[in-house]
Design a protein. Sequence first.
Length: 444
Amino acid sequence: MALKALDIYKLLPKKNCKECGDPTCLTFAMKLAGGKADVDLCPYLDEQAKSVLGATTRPPIRLVKIGVGERTFGVGEESVLYRHEKTFYHPPGILFKVSDTQTPEEITRITLRVRDESFTRVGTDLRFNGIAIENTSGSAESFARAVATVEESADLPLVLAAKTTGALALALVQVGSYRPLIHAATRDNFKEMCALAKKHGCPMVIKAESLDTLASLAKDCTAEGAQKLVMDLSPRTLGDFLVKSTAIRQLAITRKAPELGYPVFLDTPATGLQDAAIALGIAKYASVIVTAPLSPASSKAALTLRQNIYTDPQKPIQMTPGLYRVGSPGKDAPVLMTVNFSLTFFTLEGYLESTRIPCFMLIVDTEGLSVLTSVAAGKLSETLVRDSLKKFGVENEVSHKTLIIPGYAAPLSGRIEEATGWKVMVGPRDAAEIGEYLHTEWKK
Ligand code: SF4
């Protein structure tokens, strides 16, 4: 159970020395209670107090970083079961799998695809995260060659999945300093795996079928000095994964089983239902997802789903308010006003581009709310439109005073005309109809 600030304060040394970066021990206690500081910042805490405080104030799921450099990503550090309770913070890394039985050309092609491919949605570039190299051959030399081929092609986060610790040791000679995730420590080999993880500072996957074995394995591995762990639940079916991953998330965030507070690994081809497994993994708590290279359709579906699930539900994605150009609009181009909810902006912009009619988009600040919501909430008003027209100098850009407003803002049309002195035309409710509307209704 989480400790309150005063209970935490009682355990602190109360020197008020500021070495933790806080002016007093009490403010530090308040930060700890809110999960915004780490107990290690106080150098005067004894080990017993540290372990009591650490167990209750650290994030219930440990943060694990994979890779180095520009494409590095962190997973874990989640604190809720459902995203509407707060938000999910760290989107799962999705890695394309290659095998050491593939030709160097095939391995390079897949690696370059992950390096270069990106898909832009609501103003964000979405990408896959790295490469998982599998030691299908069983040969340490073939595995090391495949790892070298990937490494020569791109600086991407890696998962190294070898059959033996010897094969891993050989591969780590080349890429050990790039913080790859090594797979996998089991009851049988965990001491050798921990030694490798410690030597190279790598995160490590632990693998077992039962939650009890995973918990005891996690304890043994941390005792061996391997702290950065990810858990492979060895699911036999998708249902099995769902049951185990949900149980782990519940036990971890309620701190009933802190030894299960690590991110979860999912090898989707092993389930036999790859696309479904990716969707399930994204929605239900997988943090590292390995997949065979995906088709364009499956790629877009996976990246879109991940973006949606990991968007903060309390903060709509927003555009900066302003006057945007579609094409090269002249003085007689139409001006379309809408809100700064990103999805509205990019949807409308896409349809406007396809009309091939150059125009202006006047984006007003509704704090990211959609048209319908902002009208209902009173955020979209005639004064906002009037001030925005002035602020962004729209009169200087066009030779007319006609403003097209969204169909859902029709109740405001009269008030906007009065407040601005502009003639208001009510556009369609559905952005898909804007092309037809402009071709038929727009008059200079
Ligand atoms: Fe108090 Fe420790 Fe911070 Fe010093 S470092 S102010 S003793 S909490």
